[in-house]
Design a protein around this ligand. Structure first.
Ligand code: NAP
Length: 246
C-alpha cells in the first residue's frame, strides 16, 4: 500500500507481541517504522528483517522507556533515519498482577515508570516533534472498565493514560494531530499468558462473547485505522477492542 508515502511511525515495545504486529502492519501500510525494544534486540532485528523482506522500511532502536531519556532517543533516531515523525504508537507496557494489599512499592514504581511515565514522556515528545496532521495512539486496557481484582496498579496507570489522551487530543486538535487510545481485552501474548494456568486462561476466555482470545493482528488493525487516512476524524477516543468483553 502506498497511501502513506514518506511517513514515519515509531512503535514502542515492538520486539514482540502486539507491538511487533503493529510494526509489521504499519510497514505494510507504507510507513517507515522505528521498531523500539528494551531488551529484545534479536527479536526486534527479526521484526525489521521481516519488514525489509516484504519491501518495507524499518530500523530497530533500543530505548528503555522507564528511562526519562527513552522517548527523546526514539524521536532523535527517527528524525536522523527518516527525516521526521508522523505517528507515535505508545504500546510498550508491563503487567504483573497482585492484590493491592500485596503490592509493594517496587511493583507500583515499575508500572508507573513504563506504563504511565514512558507514555507521558512519549506524548510530550510527540506534542513537540510530530509533524502537523500526525497521530498518537496510546495503549490502555479493557480492565479500566472491568475493574478486576489484582489489576489495581496496572489499571490505575492505564486509567491515567486515558485521561491524558482526552486532554492532549484537545491540546493538539488545532494542528490536525489526533490522540486516541486502544484498550484491548485479553490478547494471546507473553504479557497476558505468563503467570496464568491453562484453567485461568480458559476461564477468562469464557468471559469473551466472541469465544476466543484476541490475536495481535486484531489490535494492529485498529491501530492501522487510527494511524491511517480513514481515522482522521476520530480524536480523543478510547477504543475497547475486546470481542465484546465490555
Ligand atoms: P508483551 O508481549 O509483553 O510485549 C511487551 C513489549 O513492550 C515488548 O516489546 C517489550 O520489549 C516492551 N517493553 C517492556 N518494557 C519496556 C521498556 N521499559 N521500554 C521499552 N519497551 C519495553 O506485551 P503485549 O501483550 O504485546 O502488550 C502491549 C501493550 O498492550 C501493553 O501496553 C499492554 O499493557 C497492552 N495490553 C495488552 C493486553 C494483552 O492481553 N496482551 C491487554 C490489554 C492491554 P523487550 O522485550 O525488548 O523488553
Amino acid at each position: 500500500m502506498t497511501d502513506t508515502p514518506n511517513r514515519t511511525a515509531i512503535v514502542t515495545g515492538a520486539s514482540r507481541g502486539i507491538g511487533a504486529a503493529i510494526a509489521r502492519r504499519l510497514a505494510a501500510d507504507g510507513f517507515s517504522v522505528i521498531v523500539n525494544y528494551a531488551r529484545g534486540r534479536d527479536a526486534a532485528e527479526g521484526v525489521v528483517a521481516e519488514i525489509s523482506a516484504g519491501g518495507g522500511r524499518a530500523t530497530a532502536v533500543q530505548a528503555d522507556l522507564a528511562d526519562p531519556k527513552g522517548a527523546a532517543t526514539l524521536f532523535d533516531a527517527a528524525e536522523a533515519e527518516f527525516g521526521g515523525v508522523d505517528v507515535l504508537v505508545n504500546n510498550a507496557g508491563v503487567m504483573k498482577l497482585a492484590p493491592i494489599a500485596k503490592t509493594d512499592d517496587a511493583l507500583f514504581e515499575a508500572h508507573m515508570a513504563v506504563n504511565l511515565g514512558g507514555v507521558f514522556r512519549g506524548m510530550r515528545e510527540a506534542a513537540n516533534r510530530l509533524r502537523d496532521g500526525g497521530r498518537i495512539v496510546n495503549f490502555s486496557t479493557s480492565v479500566v472498565g472491568l475493574k478486576l481484582p489484582g489489576y489495581g496498579v496496572y489499571a490505575a496507570a492505564k486509567a491515567a493514560v486515558e485521561t491524558m489522551t482526552h486532554i492532549l487530543a484537545k491540546e493538539l486538535g488545532p494542528r490536525g494531530v489526533t490522540v486516541n487510545a486502544v484498550a484491548p481485552g485479553p490478547v494471546a501474548t507473553e504479557l497476558f499468558l505468563s503467570d496464568k494456568s491453562d484453567e485461568q486462561v480458559a476461564g477468562i476466555t469464557r468471559m469473551i462473547p466472541a469465544g476466543r482470545l484476541g490475536e495481535t493482528d486484531d489490535i494492529a488493525r485498529v491501530v492501522s485505522f487510527l494511524a491511517g487516512p480513514d481515522g482522521g476524524w476520530v480524536n480523543g477516543q478510547v477504543i475497547r477492542a475486546n470481542g465484546g468483553m465490555v
